[in-house]
Design a protein around this ligand. Structure first.
Ligand code: ZN
Length: 292
């Protein structure tokens, strides 16, 4: 199942410096058509450059609006283990006192379901309209938009989660910084991301047409060291990365679930069988208490 990005030409693409450290020195890690993944010579971060402009990318995403309910349900079932592990991390961090949780890119609100059942006060943020409707139909408070729109007051959550969003955003440090700002002191960020690079290096030796890097949807290819660097630069401490559960592919399906809910590429990878269990990681970070 190969997605073509229709209508993108070289003039729609821009070259960018390293999103983590700003260095302009990088080497080609992987090349696919118009796209290149570059590895920063300074901090080793792998990022898409050239890439579509932000405006162009949003335009591309609109062509992937979800419409298959079965796929949505299948995805929710597959993510059950991962959501369960993340919920346990949140509960443990809160020492058994459920608080306020925000799920960024909440799609159909599956993680909100899990956390609400555990007594948390939950809110979601999403930009795919159909997904928002579905989550609201379950009684969830879901805002339409992105973190750039400052949809919530600072320091208003105890946990902020984002499943498969950070690899899609233009400025990952800025994105994580906004999550940091939304957390109360001592609050926990739970960031789920696809750890594609090592798998690609292995599989490329078997099949050269395989492209798990998924340009242009994945703008960043994180590894444990670079996600830790991004979290640190955003202000987090006690940064930990774990596998955090895994999912089984459930056969091929035609459409993605949440176009811009941050789960698009992961969904495609999972449901199309193009990805494999265990490639993703969960990274947590804590917002330090303010200096006295
Ligand atoms: Zn760098």
């Amino acid at each position: 199942m190969h997605r073509k990005v229709h209508g993108l030409t070289e003039s729609d693409l821009i070259s960018v410096p390293c999103s983590l450290c700003g260095s302009i020195l990088s080497a080609t890690e992987h090349r696919r058509g118009l796209f290149q993944y570059r590895r920063c010579s300074h901090c080793r971060f792998v990022f898409l450059s050239p890439r579509p402009t932000q405006e162009k990318l949003v335009e591309c995403y609109q062509r992937y609006l979800p419409d298959e309910n079965e796929d949505v349900e299948a995805w929710g079932r597959m993510m059950k283990v991962i959501f369960g592990r993340a919920a346990t991390q949140a509960d443990r961090h809160a020492a058994g006192r459920p608080g306020d949780l925000l799920d960024v890119g909440t799609a159909h609100g599956f993680f909100l379901d899990v956390m609400r059942a555990r007594g948390w006060r939950v809110k979601g943020l999403e930009i795919a309209k159909k997904a928002i409707e579905a989550a609201r139909a379950k009684g969830h408070e879901v805002r339409e938009g992105t973190l750039e729109g400052n949809p919530f007051p600072p320091a208003s959550f105890d946990v902020v989660s984002a499943f498969y969003v950070v690899e899609h955003v233009f400025d990952p440090v800025g994105f994580l910084g906004r999550i940091h700002a939304l957390l109360r002191p001592g609050g926990l960020a739970i960031i789920r991301w696809p750890h594609t690079a090592p798998l690609v290096r292995f599989l490329m030796t078997l099949r050269e047409d395989l492209d798990l890097y998924d340009p242009p949807w994945h703008l960043s290819q994180f590894e444990p060291a670079t996600i830790a660097l991004a979290m640190k630069r955003a202000g987090f401490r006690d940064i930990r990365t774990s596998v955090g559960g895994w999912t089984l592919p459930a056969g091929r399906v035609g459409r993605a679930i949440s176009a811009t809910g941050g789960m698009l590429a992961e969904t495609w990878e999972r449901l199309s069988g193009r990805s494999f269990p265990g490639v993703s990681k969960t990274t947590t970070g804590v917002k330090g208490a303010p200096a006295v």
